[in-house]
Design a binder for this molecule. Structure first.
Ligand SMILES: NC(=O)N[C@@H](CC(=O)O)C(=O)O
Ligand SMILES: [Zn+2]
Ligand SMILES: [Zn+2]
Length: 348
């Protein structure tokens, strides 16, 4: 019997960048079409650092939602050297779902990030006591550390000591890209989980560098060699609830990526579930897609499972070459102009 479709509980995207202003009108409909909820990253300019700013940002996101679409943005705050215990309490009481740790200078809009975790100890203690998760961009930023090693070294130098100091702190190691991260998350003490992007499940660094430099595959943490990709898809398809979906879809206008100094981030919100289905099918694990996409993230954050289901069809379609974005600019999705073997058919 040939497989024609699969139905799964509607998924949640536990790591996404929606930006702000007019960009919301392009990207919010894409994320809200497939996902019931999404964990909204706070790396705006200026960053979202208070409960009031998160509430205002959430209102702007909702204003960009097409009529009749049910979607809940889950808000996060940007941890800084100045985040106070009062800020953490206010965030928790306002329903904020976590604080995001960006080591200063690690990635897009991380200039206001944490310079030393020691400066955040008061805030981290309160987060630990409240059960409010810390979401981590796990890369060291030292100039002498090779970019391909920055995640593995972050685990040893920062994450392991951090978790020893705050053993009850819930931590999500975001967008993992290495065998070392997959192994650490699978084997270390309770209270840790990680998101995995579709592009890190499908591609290794050859996709970005062979036959010419392909800036739309450039993201942080950067794509690694094939053995790491294999470890990531094995983890995602293992059924271990510590691994769940986070697209890290990160829109940047075409001219800022196709540039002598191109921005980091892949835009996948348009075809996220198609990419994940492709990755799981490649390892004959479509039966594990629902747990990864729709169950484990909700469980980690203490959220109810979504009531509705979505359908993915085994049907070919072709991605557009570009989308219109703010101020007459274009947004090039990952896989622009390519055929997809799966198609999101809608909510049942
Ligand atoms: N992943 C990326 O390459 N970029 C993200 C930031 C991030 O998640 O690190 C962005 O905001 O553009
Ligand atoms: Zn990041
Ligand atoms: Zn991100």
């Amino acid at each position: 019997m040939t497989l024609t479709h699969i139905d799964i509980i509607q998924p949640d995207d536990m790591h996404v960048h929606l930006r702000d202003g007019d960009a919301l009108n392009t990207v919010v409909p894409h994320t809200a079409r497939q996902f019931a909820r999404a964990m909204i990253m706070p790396n705006l300019k200026p960053p979202v650092t208070s409960a009031d700013m998160a509430a205002a940002y959430q209102t702007r996101i909702m204003a960009a939602l097409p009529e009749g679409v049910n979607f809940t943005p889950l808000m996060t705050l940007y941890l800084t050297d100045r985040t106070s215990p009062e800020d953490v309490n206010a965030a928790f009481n306002a329903g904020v779902k976590g604080f995001k740790l960006y080591p200063a200078g690690a990635t897009t809009n991380s200039d206001a990030g944490v310079t030393s975790l020691g400066r955040c100890s008061a805030a981290l203690e309160v987060m630990e006591a409240l059960g409010l998760p810390l979401l981590v961009h796990g890369e060291v930023t030292d100039v002498d550390i090779d970019i391909f090693d920055r995640e593995a070294i972050f685990i040893d130098r920062i994450l392991i000591p951090l978790r020893a100091r705050y053993p009850k702190l819930k931590v999500v190691l975001e967008h993992i890209t290495t065998r070392q991260a997959a192994e650490y998350v699978a084997t270390s003490e309770d209270g840790i989980a990680s998101t995995i992007t579709a592009h890190h499940l499908l591609y290794n660094r050859n996709a970005m560098l062979v036959g010419g430099i392909r800036p739309h595959y450039f993201c942080l943490p950067i794509l690694k060699r094939e053995s790491h990709r294999e470890a990531l898809i094995a983890a995602a398809a293992s059924g271990n609830p510590r691994f769940f979906l986070g697209t890290d879809s990160a829109p940047h206008a075409q001219h800022t990526k196709e540039n002598a100094c191109g921005c980091a981030g892949c835009y996948t919100a348009l075809h996220a579930m198609e990419l994940y289905a492709t990755a799981f099918e490649q390892v004959d694990a479509l039966d594990k897609l629902e747990g990864f996409s729709s169950v484990f993230g909700a469980q980690f954050y203490g959220l109810p499972l979504n009531a509705r289901k979505i359908r993915l069809l085994k049907e070919e379609w072709t991605l557009p070459d570009a989308l219109s974005f703010v101020d007459g600019q274009s947004l090039v999705p990952l896989n622009a102009g390519e055929a997809m073997g799966w198609k999101f058919a809608g909510i049942l």
